[in-house]
Design a protein around this ligand. Structure first.
Ligand code: CU
Length: 98
């Protein structure tokens, strides 16, 4: 393989590795409130550097899919993932913490 080909392969592998890490890093949180009709959930959570949150806080997230809110209730400890969609913090994944 020519050097340029090796470089591209190495670059692709390192990008893939970074994505895998980002996806597996769920944020620890606790459900404070669920508002099914508004499709929103209030979560108290620890630092989420990926979202630009350096320290823990309690905040309202929009649920990407309202059915996600059917399995959680106030007080539940969860692990979740979120991203900014049109400037609004949106929960994309919720798992029960155990
Ligand atoms: Cu936050």
């Amino acid at each position: 393989m020519r050097p340029i080909g090796t470089l591209i392969v190495a670059l692709a592998l390192s990008i893939a590795a970074q994505c895998a890490v980002a996806q597996s890093e769920l944020i620890d949180g606790q459900v404070m409130k669920v508002d099914q009709s508004a499709g929103k959930i209030t979560i108290k959570h620890g630092p989420a550097k990926r979202l630009g949150m350096e320290s823990g806080m309690t905040m309202v997230y929009k649920a990407q899919d309202p059915t996600m809110l059917k399995v959680v209730k106030a007080g539940n400890k969860i692990k979740f993932d979120a991203e900014q969609v049109n400037g609004q913090y949106t929960v994309t994944k919720i798992e029960m913490a155990r």
